[in-house]
Design a protein around this ligand. Structure first.
Ligand code: ZN
Length: 339
């Protein structure tokens, strides 16, 4: 196995490593440095001081709903693969010191299962927001039939519903703020609905033959199902080098036959296999572009538009649609995407 295979293989194994029950217990918190200047609570309002979210997408939901009333930090940073993330001693101390922890769940935080279980056993609320979604809306994890695909944030309609669970948990933490949390949740859900409409139009403008999304890993199945993109990822091809080569060869054939103009890298996964596809297609006389870097399991830099959930999905939709021949505004849904 080469390094890429090992890393992809670990990634998949980690999808299975999550201990689900640890996350069923309760609530999560997000400590975000950007929230240092959070508005003061109203007199008499009891607010938890310190919540931690595992990943940035969950942190964004908590921040949006709490409207800055709850200081939330994200444990797993920009460009870091949550499947592979192992908390340090200092991280564990932070988790134990938090008032609550918010996670995605469904084995996304693969190597944190034990830790989250311990934290929950210590009486800390741990809330896995994706695990609040009804099973029939979840997609299978082909490698682990007992688990659901954890990448639910890729479908904004699903993420809006997962946000309900965050809203309920935050309200349990700070009952006095119920009204403002309810308003903020409604605004967040409206933004998700707007993203969904935009994605339908943008992806729908891609010529039909080119509606193929080729990425390094399997994070986009909810996205593809929602917006009508055929999905190919290199991630499943991880067990041995030869299978890997023949699968890459099959993908190259598809790119050439369908005249697919672009494939995509991800900010949190190595892109070597994606580059192999581009070279393979080039050798057959079909030029495939690297369509850009997509945010799969991590968002952009904190403090930027791409560092928000809305910006992350806008970036992905706009990047994919443009590279595959669709029509999108130059700077995305809100005119805020970086050049
Ligand atoms: Zn993933």
């Amino acid at each position: 196995m080469n390094r890429l295979d090992v890393s992809i293989d670990q990634h998949m194994k980690n999808h299975s490593g999550f201990r689900r029950r640890a996350l069923l217990a309760g609530l999560v918190a997000l400590p975000l440095p950007a929230l240092a200047q959070a508005p003061s609570p109203a007199p008499g309002e009891r607010v938890p001081r310190n919540v931690i979210a595992t990943v940035a997408m969950v942190g964004d939901v908590v921040r949006e709903i709490s409207g800055g009333r709850i200081r939330a930090e994200t444990l797993i940073g920009e460009g870091v693969d949550p499947h592979l993330f192992r908390p340090t001693r200092a991280d564990i101390a932070r988790l134990l010191a938090a008032d609550a922890i918010f996670a995605n769940g469904h084995r996304l935080e693969g190597r944190m299962g034990d830790v989250l279980e311990r934290v929950a056993a210590a009486g800390k609320p741990v809330v896995a927001i994706a695990e609040s979604l009804p099973r029939e809306r979840l997609r299978a994890n082909p490698d682990y039939p007992d688990a659901a695909d954890p990448h639910v944030w890729m479908d904004p309609t699903l993420w809006a519903d997962a946000a309900n669970a965050a809203g309920a948990a935050l309200t349990r933490l700070a009952p006095d703020a119920r009204e403002s949390f309810t308003d903020n949740l409604a605004r967040f859900r409206a933004r998700c609905a707007r993203l969904d409409t935009y994605a339908k139009e943008a992806i729908g403008s891609i010529p039909e033959n080119a509606r193929v999304l080729v990425t390094a890993h399997d994070a986009f199945s909810y996205f593809g199902a929602r917006y009508g993109l055929e999905l190919e990822s290199i991630q499943g091809l991880s067990t041995e080098a030869e299978a890997n080569l023949s699968a890459i060869e099959a993908l190259v054939r598809k790119l050439v036959d369908r005249r697919v103009p672009a494939v995509f890298a991800e900010t949190s996964v190595p892109d070597r296999a994606v580059r192999a596809l581009i070279e393979g297609a080039g050798a057959r006389g079909h030029r495939v572009a690297l369509g850009g870097n997509l945010f799969s399991d991590a968002m952009g830099r904190p403090g930027t538009y791409e560092g928000t959930y809305e910006g992350m999905i806008d970036h992905n939709v706009t990047t994919i649609a443009r590279a595959l021949g669709g029509r999108v505004p130059p700077r995305g849904l809100n005119g805020r995407l970086a050049g």
